[in-house]
Design a protein around this ligand. Structure first.
Ligand SMILES: *Cc1c(COP(=O)(O)O)cnc(C)c1O
Length: 409
């Protein structure tokens, strides 16, 4: 998944073009910037890459989520559905606009389960925000149908899934708004950065203004711009956009390499009795950032994870105990431990949220391990990795009584 593995000459050249003029800001300074508009150029390149009509770059993926929610008019008392397995940015962004995060169970897709989502819909629900975790898709067909049925917005968090698609259409472009992250450990990186994409011009106009203090960006003189409404600063810098430009040109080769490496690992593990894999609804659209293994029970998964760690496979993840990705470690959310006072409806709703049962998510996540797919592995390294994993998984499954787990409906 990490684009930083291929940081090199092209990125340095792009950054140097910005350093030559010293114009590090994306707006204004038309003369001195000598025709260099890296943020604009990256937005156009993303537009083409994703076949989407509008792109708004931001300073991070979290910022893009915040801008997206604001553009959809989400505020105090509104409820936004997000999955139990995600990154903390999901609920951070929702809380930051005054809204209420409502957690929804995940299933074998490792993404939001549509049936569980429907059970959480109330009169206050405004947005369904699936997260395409680890490079592959949520059940967009069913989630989209839910949005239509209940008149809700669909906001796709595709921060981990650039290069992935569902039924031939890029992830992030199926709903009202999609969001990407280009932080340092994502498929492609800007160092820090993010993007919001949409087919709707009215959303783009709002995003363009909101992420830059409300500026209407209509005139030539930034100082004379008028504020469309209250905004904030979530701008990307030219330096970051320059890195992103070089990285985006490598996206195809990064994803191809991930797919090749993942296939080798998966083939080695395919026939091990008792081991299954994450359900991928459209295998062709997997960006292959991770290979995800599902064990028959928690003990076996933990045992395998321990051995992986001891063996030096430091790019394996047991999400169930991961501080930043799974609800079991989110005491700060469950206690609403914030620096400032949150809106009253949030405290009220979370009294109920705190009592909810998430055993359905637990029953998947406690058995799940992911292997991060690197792009710079040599063919020998991939092969040896495959054999090591095979050995560890086979050993951990010895003497395990294999129960059949019925999939969540
Ligand atoms: C990385 C990530 C984000 C946030 O992106 P940043 O650029 O780090 O702010 C949001 N959601 C998911 C699923 C992510 O993986």
């Amino acid at each position: 998944m990490p684009g930083f593995e291929v940081f090199g000459k092209a990125e340095r050249e792009q950054v140097n073009e910005v350093l030559e003029t010293g114009i590090l800001m994306r707006y204004g300074f038309d003369g001195p910037r000598a025709g260099r508009w890296k943020a604009l150029e990256l937005e156009e390149a993303l537009q083409k890459e994703l076949s989407v009509t509008h792109v708004q770059l931001t300073s991070s993926g979290t910022a893009a989520l915040t801008v997206a929610l604001s553009c959809l008019g989400v505020g105090v008392g509104d409820e936004v559905l997000c999955p139990t397995f995600t990154f903390v940015a999901s609920f951070e962004a929702i809380l930051s606009v005054g809204a209420i995060p409502i957690l929804v169970d995940v299933d074998e897709t490792l993404c939001m389960n549509a049936k569980a989502a429907e059970q959480q819909i109330t009169k206050k629900t405004k947005v369904i925000m699936p997260v395409h975790m680890c490079g592959a898709m949520a059940d967009l067909e069913r989630l989209k149908a839910l949005c239509e049925k209940y008149n809700l917005y669909l906001l796709e968090d595709a921060c981990q899934a650039i290069g992935g698609s569902y039924r031939g259409k890029p992830l992030g472009t199926h709903g009202d708004v999609g969001v990407f992250s280009f932080d340092f450990v994502k498929t492609i990186t800007c160092g820090e950065g993010g993007a919001l994409v949409t087919h709707q011009q009215k959303i783009k106009i709002k995003a363009d203004a909101f992420h830059d203090h409300g500026h209407d960006h209509l005139g030539k003189n930034r100082g004379l711009d008028r504020p469309l409404f209250l905004g904030l600063n979530f701008r990307i810098s030219e330096l970051h956009a320059a890195v992103g430009l070089a990285q985006l040109r490598k996206l195809k080769s990064i994803v191809n390499q991930q797919r090749k490496n993942k296939k080798i690992l998966k083939n080695a593990l395919k026939k091990i009795p008792g081991l299954s894999f994450r359900k991928i609804l459209d295998p062709k659209g997997d960006n292959a950032g991770f290979l995800t293994l599902i064990f028959p029970d928690r003990i076996t998964a933990q045992r395998a994870f321990e051995v992986m760690n001891k063996t030096g496979l430091d790019h394996c993840y047991y999400w169930f105990e991961h501080r930043w990705h799974y609800l079991r470690s989110w005491e700060h959310l469950f206690e609403l431990k914030s620096l400032n006072l949150l809106p009253k409806p949030t405290y009220e709703k979370w009294k109920e949220e705190n009592k909810r049962d998430f055993s359905s998510s637990d029953s998947i996540m406690e058995r799940t391990l992911s292997v991060l797919i690197k792009i710079n592995w040599s063919p020998q390294e991939v092969e040896s990795m495959a054999q090591t994993l095979k050995l560890i998984v086979t050993k951990s499954l010895e003497n395990v009584k294999i129960q059949k787990h019925s999939p969540t409906p």
